[in-house]
Design a protein around this ligand. Structure first.
Ligand SMILES: C[S@@+](CC[C@H](N)C(=O)[O-])C[C@H]1O[C@@H](n2cnc3c(N)ncnc32)[C@H](O)[C@@H]1O
Ligand code: SF4
Length: 383
């Protein structure tokens, strides 16, 4: 079998290989930048690159180790889902959401700055946490992505449209692939991509020991906690990982994170009809979150092919839940507008193969990409 190549967007590996050849670190950035701009470049085309690097890079010098296979467009033209195949044959999905059409996104806040897009990246193939409402959870864990493979999702997306915000809310639990995620974020915020740390949000189901190290390892990056229930008992029913990570300890970890990072934390709460959306639970959520530096995001449940017989909360239930939390407990609470549901590209709908929700929507091969305006209006223009 062919030896796997390392991704040149895995900065740590690239620098180590260059160092072995006695070549300076700064060339790593030159190589990455050139490959970002020139998909099919050759080593000798990179300006000022020492000749000694050519043989080393020739074997690794593909713009990406992964391939963009398919894009799906949402019918309203705001969302594009990318299917990306790794060199080992496994695939993940990433989703681009057009920022100026997005309300309630985390990183960078809604409608700020230029109309750039938000990219939702995957950190694992599948996920071992098994949340009862999540399509990715039904897959189990198939593998971890390398730092380079995580960054390459940004490379593919950037070739389609400039990306302003990145959310780790695709497939996988980022804190279960900690080293690779930390390394990937360092590369994304480094000289080649220059994404602002405050425009990156990492979402976790609550892996306590890693939450505690995040403030030190990724200062300036936003944290979102998928809470979904205000009591240990209910949380265990819908989020199996809660059995290992007790709610009292989890909230203590969030407090430590807020203290160390001096940043507010986003709390995600999926709204499942007749499961966790009663007024009584709204009071419990309010009581749990009041006096903490948090913003609550209520996420209407997106239909998935999980075993559980869930339905989305009714709109009235979501609004009375939100009202109680805001007005009785003075906690900031936002209802997140979901994008890309019709292409199974919304939160929790990402899955591969037989785990996938059917989507009979416009698809396109990876070659011949349209420009950005065409891309985002392609589906609405179709007859
Ligand atoms: C897919 S997860 C990935 C990040 C991380 N594993 C986590 O759970 O936070 C991103 C967000 O999607 C939410 N989610 C999962 N399944 C969902 C569904 N069916 N409908 C709405 N949101 C869902 C999760 O709760 C989480 O807040
Ligand atoms: S919600 Fe997050 S942690 Fe839970 S199964 Fe899905 S990806 Fe994994």
């Amino acid at each position: 079998m062919e030896e796997p190549k390392f991704s040149v967007f895995d900065e740590v590996k690239l620098k180590a290989e260059l160092e072995r050849c006695g070549i300076k670190h700064l060339h790593a950035v030159a190589i990455q930048s050139y490959l970002l701009a020139h998909k099919d470049a050759e080593p000798h085309e990179v300006p000022d690159l020492p000749k000694a690097a050519y043989p080393l890079l020739r074997s690794h010098f593909k713009s990406t180790t992964s391939k963009l296979k398919v894009e799906h467009f949402s019918s309203d033209g705001t969302t594009v889902k990318l299917l990306i195949e790794m060199q080992n044959g496994q695939s993940v999905e990433s989703v681009i959401m057009r920022h100026d059409a997005t309300a309630g996104l985390y990183a960078g806040g809604p409608r700020q700055g230029s109309p750039r897009a938000t990219l939702c990246v995957s950190s694992q193939v599948g996920c071992q946490m098994g949340c009862t409402f999540c399509a990715t959870g039904t897959m189990g864990l198939k593998g971890n992505l390398s730092a380079g493979e995580i960054v390459e999702q940004l490379v593919h997306a950037t070739r389609i449209t400039p990306i302003r915000n990145i959310v780790f809310m695709g497939m996988g639990e980022p804190l279960n692939n900690y080293q690779a995620v930390v390394q990937a974020i360092k590369t994304m915020t480094g000289h080649c991509f220059s994404v602002s740390p405050s425009h990156i949000t990492l979402s976790t189901v609550g892996v306590i020991p890693r939450i505690l190290s995040l403030a030190t390892d990724l200062p300036g990056v936003n944290l979102a906690l998928s809470l979904h229930a205000p009591t240990q008992e209910l949380r265990c029913q819908i989020v199996p990982a809660a059995r290992a990570y007790n709610l009292v300890k989890l909230m203590a970890a969030v407090d430590s994170y807020i203290g160390a990072s001096k940043r507010k934390v986003f709390i995600e709460y999926i709204m499942i009809g007749d499961v966790n959306d009663s007024e009584e639970l709204a009071h419990q959520v309010g009581a749990l979150l009041q006096d903490r530096q948090v913003v609550l995001n209520l996420i209407p449940y997106n239909p998935t092919l999980t075993k559980a017989d869930y339905k989305a909360s009714r709109e009235e239930s979501i609004h009375s839940f939100q009202k109680i939390i805001r007005e009785v407990y003075n906690v900031r609470a936002i209802v997140r507008r979901e994008m890309g549901q019709d292409i199974a590209g919304a939160c929790g709908q990402l899955a591969i193969g037989e785990y996938k929700k059917d989507s009979s929507h416009p698809q396109k091969a990876s070659t011949d990409l349209p420009d950005i305006e065409e891309l985002f209006t392609a589906s609405v223009r179709k007859p």
